[in-house]
Design a protein around this ligand. Structure first.
Ligand SMILES: [Zn+2]
Ligand SMILES: [Zn+2]
Length: 275
């Protein structure tokens, strides 16, 4: 049995990640319409019928706006933190509780954000993948939780200098950069270096700001930091707002010393580099 994932869409315009084993699949977040999620799933060869359940990280609309249409269309169970559940009619799950869905075990853990927010740990007994996309800082507890995962989907929201000089109002800049806001490329690079010696093979950078970041900047910052720290053997990809990432086969060994995915000119370009 193998654990696979693809980040279907990521960012403030909508988030959804599909994860599966041979026995079934789930979505983490549904911040796009049911129809849009179906289109994105089709691009990785899957259908809404392959989704057995949806796990919500928190109640912000870029993670939940498709829930009602999904329930109407497919009627699958939706799991979330207690304060999100009431509003959307979802099944409440406490942090630390284990869910079993289609051969997968999923567990939520709390991360610092400006509403109650969960990271998600998904495993198939052998392999583990973690998703943490809205968090203002990586606390010691969160880092400990992520260690040992072979694949991590981690927010790299903004380049701090771009945020500071950018067009956002001062209040919003402060909120985004705060400990309850979103992670900068630098914070994510630091976390990547901390996780690298603990079995990390794939890192997907997520929730990139369209205004204050770019896929090239985010992957460049993180791969440089990893390389400088002597961890060049980790695949680093950036998740896009409107196109699924290539499949991540969780725990798959690297066949080359290093490669990174970069994006430019509106189309996905895969660059293969060997040191
Ligand atoms: Zn978000
Ligand atoms: Zn959020």
């Amino acid at each position: 049995m193998s654990l696979r994932l693809s980040v279907l869409a990521s960012g403030s315009s909508g988030n959804a990640t599909y994860m599966e084993t041979d026995e079934g699949g789930l979505l983490v977040d549904a911040g796009l319409s049911c129809r849009r999620i179906a289109v994105l799933l089709a691009r990785i060869g899957r259908r809404l019928e392959d989704v057995d359940a949806v796990l919500l990280t928190h109640g912000h609309s870029d993670h939940t706006s498709g829930v009602r249409s999904l329930v109407r269309e497919r009627g699958m169970p939706i799991y979330s933190a207690p304060d999100v559940g009431g509003r959307l009619g979802t099944i409440t799950v406490e942090a630390g509780e284990t869910l079993r869905i289609g051969g997968l075990m999923a567990e939520f853990f709390e991360v610092p954000h400006d509403s109650r927010t969960y990271g998600v740990c998904v495993s198939d007994d052998e392999r583990t993948a973690i998703i943490a996309t809205d968090l203002g800082e990586i606390s010691v507890d969160v880092l400990r939780r992520m260690r040992g995962a072979e694949a991590v989907v981690l927010e790299a929201n903004h380049e701090l200098e771009w945020l500071r000089r950018g067009p956002y109002p001062t209040d919003l800049k402060r909120r985004v950069a705060s400990g309850n806001g979103h992670l900068s490329n630098r914070q994510t690079a630091q976390a990547a270096c901390d996780l690298a010696p603990h079995g990390l093979k794939d890192l997907v950078l997520a929730h990139l700001s369209k205004t204050n970041n770019s896929p090239a900047r985010a992957t460049g910052t993180v791969t440089s930091a990893l390389r400088e720290a002597g961890h060049g053997r980790i695949r680093v990809r950036a998740a896009l707002a409107s196109h699924p990432t290539p499949w991540v086969d969780v725990g798959e060994l690297l066949e080359s010393p290093e490669y990174a995915y970069r994006y430019g000119k509106g189309e996905v370009q895969k660059l293969f580099e060997t040191e």
